[in-house]
Structures are given as C-alpha cells and as structure tokens.
Design a protein around this ligand. Structure first.
Ligand code: NAD
Ligand code: UDP
Length: 334
C-alpha cells in the first residue's frame, strides 16, 4: 500500500518523500508545483500534478492508488503575505483540507499526518511552548493552519479519520549530500536569505526589529533540521498505524537562537562577512518561539540527529554551494 504525500515537491515534503523511500515505503506525490519543484521529488515516487482543492483530480488519484495514509504539506506558508492576502491562505490551506478530508473519507482512508506550525500558538504566554498551551494565532497563516487542525478534529469525531498534527518550529537545512534543499521564490526564511547574502546574491540582510523583549533585542526562534523533521513524519505514521488516537506534537530543539546569533553562526560556517542592518519589525512576528518537544521524543520516540544550528546551517550552505540557482539549474524542471 502507498503513502500519499501532498506537497511532496516542496521543501519539507521532498525531504520526507526521500526519507520514506529510504525506509522502504511505496510513495505517491500530489503537487501543483505552485511553489514546489518536480526535480525535488525522488524519482522512485509516482507523481501526480494537480491541485488538492480539485476534488475530481484528487478522487482519480485515490482511485488509482491503494492509499494507506496521507501526509499533508500542501499549503501556503509565508506569514507577511498572509497578512496582506488572508483569503488566499484560507482558500488554499483551509479549503484544501476540506476537499482532502472529503476525498479521504469517500475512499475510507483514515490516517493523516499534517504539517502544522508554531504559528498556531501566536504570542506565547510561557516559554517553552507546550502542546496544551492556548492557540491564538497572530496572523492569517497561523489561523488557517489552526482551522485545519480543528477541521481534522471534527472529522475524527464524525468519520474516525485519525490525525497527527506536527507543529513545526523553524525548519532549516538540507539533505547532507546536497542533492535536495530549500528553494523558494521569493525566499522569505531567515537561513536561506542569510546564505543568499553570503553567496553574493543579495547585498545585505535586514534584521526585522531589535527592540523585542529578548536578550539582544532580536526575535528568538527554535530551529529544527529538515531531515529530523522528515523522520518525525515516519514516526507519526507508525503511531497511527499502531492504532493510537489523534494527537498533536511540537517539533523543535527546545533551544532558542536570536536572529543576531543565527547571523553570527552563518558567518562562522561560511567564512563570509555577510553584511547586515537593522530594520523595522515585520508584521505578525511573535517575539520568542521555543518548543517544548519532549512529548514527541517520549511518545513518538523522535531522536533528532542535528542539535546544533552550525550543523544545520552547514547542510543548507552545502546545498547552496552545489546548486547556486536552486532547482533552476536542473534542466526541464521548474
Ligand atoms: P513549500 O512551499 O516548499 O511546499 C509546499 C508544497 O505544496 C509545494 O510543493 C507547493 O507546490 C505545494 N502546494 C501548495 N498548495 C497546493 C495545492 N493547493 N495543491 C497541490 N499542491 C500544493 O513549503 P515548505 O516550507 O516545504 O512547508 C511545507 C509545510 O510545512 C507547509 O504546510 C507549511 O505550512 C508547514 N511549515 C513550514 C515551516 C517552515 O519553516 N518551512 C514551518 C512550519 C510549518
Ligand atoms: N527575519 C529577518 N530578516 C529576514 C527574514 C527573516 O530578520 O530577511 C527574521 C524574522 O523576522 C523572524 C526570523 O527571522 O524573527 C525567522 O523568520 P522566518 O521567516 O525564517 O520564519 P518564521 O519564524 O516567520 O516562521
């Protein structure tokens, strides 16, 4: 039986597809390539190009494939864009979840692992953030993902579709051999932007705000390596296969790094000066996000291999050096 990965051509999805295949799973991918790349998909996976919201297309995929469970990455995830275009986010993210669950239910597929996010918590009342803490998003992206969690909850109650919501904190890094990595247009995430400056593609980094209530005034985030994250999805699948109830897990390192500390770490790793300036705050940014992620370690048996941001940045830099133009340098692929 196959695992269907929605959004498997994207950054985290492609690393998860790769790890699933390395672990012997039969994998099918659905992606409309709106931000993903065909070249990122492990060639051993069967690829269906199309939109999650297109129920006819999705029904055909479920008819063709013998699907045991679903991993759902397909979404928009840029916080500042969501502040300006909230409906785009509710349409694609929340709307996509509704059509997916309808098609899953019609085909009696009852297991889903879902990409949720720290953005569902909003500005936390306490650090580290526990799974049971209040979820009060400060931006439409986080709100669209929280709505997806709630829709899964009620679909479990009504149809018995079991879910694991994995609430990622900040994801970075690339497969250590440099064959796949992060390639977004435009790039908005801190680590790849810092590395674009290191590579001379941008003149400087702008740090968004240095007047936060943090040790050096810049935002603090909790970074997790994309390969460790990919492995957590496999553990979540096994958890559902073992017949456990629906649940949510934070995925982070439980350690915070400020934006300034990330810049310093990248200067160390790359040996480049990486010019930077301070700029105004970015709308919708919480001050500090650090995960309590002992639950994933205890319940899922998750054992992250990368516990140092230098190592994480090193793998992202390796991908960048091997693919200066990202996937654009791979002929015939978006
Ligand atoms: P990404 O943009 O690289 O990947 C998303 C993939 O989904 C892309 O390949 C895109 O083409 C596809 N897609 C989007 N809408 C679709 C639709 N309607 N139909 C079919 N395919 C569609 O993003 P990513 O960084 O890999 O993030 C993956 C997931 O993880 C997202 O759901 C995001 O919310 C979540 N997440 C990411 C981070 C992070 O730091 N990158 C943090 C927390 C949560
Ligand atoms: N950031 C920054 N400059 C940039 C991009 C990001 O200062 O060019 C900051 C951003 O304000 C946040 C942190 O880096 O404090 C991580 O942002 P990112 O978009 O990577 O992830 P998010 O935390 O929003 O999921």
């Amino acid at each position: 039986m196959a695992i269907l990965v929605l959004g498997g051509a994207g950054y985290i999805g492609s690393h998860t597809v790769d790890r699933l295949i390395a672990n012997g799973y039969d994998v099918a991918v659905v992606d409309n390539l709106v931000t993903g790349h065909k070249a990122a998909i492990n060639p051993k996976a069967r690829f269906y190009e199309g939109d999650v919201r297109d129920k006819k297309f999705l029904n055909d995929v479920f008819d063709k494939e013998d699907i045991e469970g679903v991993i759902h990455f397909a979404a928009f995830s840029v916080v500042p864009e969501s502040m300006k275009k909230p409906l785009k986010y509710f349409d694609n993210n929340t709307g996509g979840m509704i059509s997916l669950l309808e098609v899953m239910n019609a085909h009696n597929v009852k297991k889903i692992v879902f990409s949720s996010t720290a953005a569902t918590y909003g500005e936390p009342k306490q650090i580290p953030i526990k799974e049971t803490d209040p979820q009060v998003p400060t931006n439409p992206y986080g709100e669209s993902k929280l709505a997806m969690e709630k829709i899964m909850h009620w679909s479990d109650v009504a149809y018995g579709i079991k879910f694991v919501a994995l609430r990622y904190f900040n994801v970075a890094g690339a497969k250590p051999d440099g064959s796949i990595g992060e390639d977004h247009h435009p790039e908005t995430h801190l680590v790849p932007i810092i590395l674009q400056v290191a590579a001379g593609e941008r003149d400087e980094l702008t740090i968004f705000g240095d007047d936060y209530d943090t040790p050096d005034g810049t935002n603090v985030r909790d970074y997790v390596h994309v390969m460790d994250l990919a492995d957590a999805h496999i553990l979540a699948l096994k958890y559902l296969q073992a017949g456990h109830d629906s649940d949510a897990f934070n995925l982070g390192s439980s350690t915070g790094f400020s934006n300034k500390q990330m810049l310093d770490a990248a200067r160390d790793v790359t040996g480049k000066p990486i010019p930077a300036k301070m700029g105004p705050r970015r709308a919708g940014d919480p001050s500090t996000l650090i995960a309590a992620s002992d639950k994933a370690r205890k319940v899922l048996g998750w054992k992250p291999q990368f516990d140092d941001v230098h190592e994480i940045i090193k793998t992202a830099w390796n991908w960048k050096e091997k693919h200066p133009k990202g996937y654009d340098d791979q002929k015939g692929n978006k």
